[in-house]
Design a protein. Structure first.
Ligand code: ADP
Length: 353
């Protein structure tokens, strides 16, 4: 994708305004032509196939798409958290520095302190044999270089902020409910006051009521502190509730990106439309694998590899609006409204797919 956030207000113009405008400040995060493939024996499986976007402090970008569309791979590659079988190319400029080429020591310093991750499934991310107090204190001790007492005080403050009583710092992960564990993960992610949080399906394992509570909590904390957030979910309704902007991924690429309201109310890409129909209510787990009413399956890795070599739209076999050109033309993101882009030959401003 190539969309940057065009929703920012233009600089003032007219009489009295300086003629020469200062160059716009570089975005906090500038992802350029990110590509990831996994080595699988002799084969190479493409997972992310050229994704570009920007994010500033205090902005929230939701990334939606069916399972296997490349959301987690894209998000985790930003901090190089993928297994060694993954080959990553492109640029991930974070506060001006390319994290894809940064030295490991530098990357370790960035993780937690400047950018942190809330993984799906807190139980597997938390260490079962250490108290949550120890686990929240660890990044604080390591990165903030404070003493035990100050780290403990900060951990208590964080627990209170996420709605878990701070007197439970000495408890172990199994002593908490699933919702509380996910809140503890959020507390850990906030521990070193990062500028960016990547939340990968942070509430998928929770029941619907708890999901809404945890999401509201995350939303409030982010708004209060001006942190930038990339939030991954297969659930478009969850994302549109939380995020100002949405990127819909299909087969390792961005099918559509733009302000959430517009994307939900007037989708330009047929895939966004199908995904929107699939999630009428927040947290509908039944629609996780295939959006309701959308026939067929996403391309297999072998089909994706063929698409990478040739032309045509990856969504064409499942698209009820497809025309002959969709099989033969290269389909890149194109402007489709204010701050919006869609990778569909038929997408135009004001047109419904
Ligand atoms: P999503 O987060 O949208 O469900 P993923 O990023 O998990 O998608 O997966 C994208 C593609 O990459 C899928 O084809 C998946 O099978 C493949 N993939 C993900 N992780 C690995 C891995 N560790 N090794 C090999 N292939 C993987």
């Amino acid at each position: 994708m190539t969309a940057t956030d065009d929703t920012r207000s233009p600089a003032p113009s007219g009489e009295g305004a300086p003629r020469e405008e200062a160059p716009p400040a570089a975005p906090m995060l500038d992802v350029r032509d990110l590509r990831v493939s996994y080595r699988n024996g002799e084969r190479t499986v493409p997972a992310v196939r050229g994704v570009s976007f920007t994010l500033d402090r205090g902005q929230t970008l939701g990334v939606a798409g069916e399972s296997g569309s490349g959301k987690s791979t894209m998000a985790l590659s930003l901090l190089r958290l993928l297994p060694s079988t993954a080959k990553v190319t492109g640029q991930v400029l974070f506060q001006g520095e390319d994290l894809l080429t940064a030295k490991w020591a530098r990357l370790r310093a960035v993780r937690w302190s400047a950018a942190s991750v809330v993984f799906q499934g807190a139980m597997s991310a938390l260490n079962p044999v250490r108290t949550i107090g120890e686990q929240i204190c660890e990044p604080i001790l390591l990165h903030d270089k404070v003493g035990q007492k100050a780290a403990r005080a900060r951990a208590a403050e964080l627990l209170d902020a996420v709605g878990v009583p701070s007197r439970r710092l000495g408890s172990y992960p199994h002593e908490f409910s699933g919702g509380q564990r996910q809140r503890i993960m959020i507390a850990m992610a906030l521990a070193c006051r990062p500028d960016l949080i990547i939340a990968d399906e942070p509430t998928t394992a929770l029941d619907v009521m708890v999901q809404a509570q945890v999401l509201n909590l995350l939303g409030d904390l982010v708004r209060e502190s001006g942190i930038g957030v990339i939030m991954i979910s297969h659930d478009l309704a969850v994302l549109s509730h939380m995020c100002e902007r949405l990127a819909v991924m299909y087969a390792g690429r961005v099918a559509e990106i733009g302000p959430s309201r517009g994307l939900i109310d007037e989708p330009r890409h047929p895939y966004t439309r199908a995904l929107g129909r699939a999630f009428p209510t927040i947290g509908d787990p039944a629609s996780r694998l295939a959006p309701a009413g959308l026939p067929g399956d996403p391309p297999t890795p072998a089909e994706l590899a063929r698409l990478d070599e040739g032309r045509g739209c990856a969504f064409e076999p499942r698209c009820s609006r497809a025309v002959a050109a969709c099989r033969t033309d290269t389909v890149e993101l194109r402007p489709s409204g204010p701050g919006r882009e869609a990778a569909c030959l038929l997408a135009q401003e004001g047109s419904e797919p």
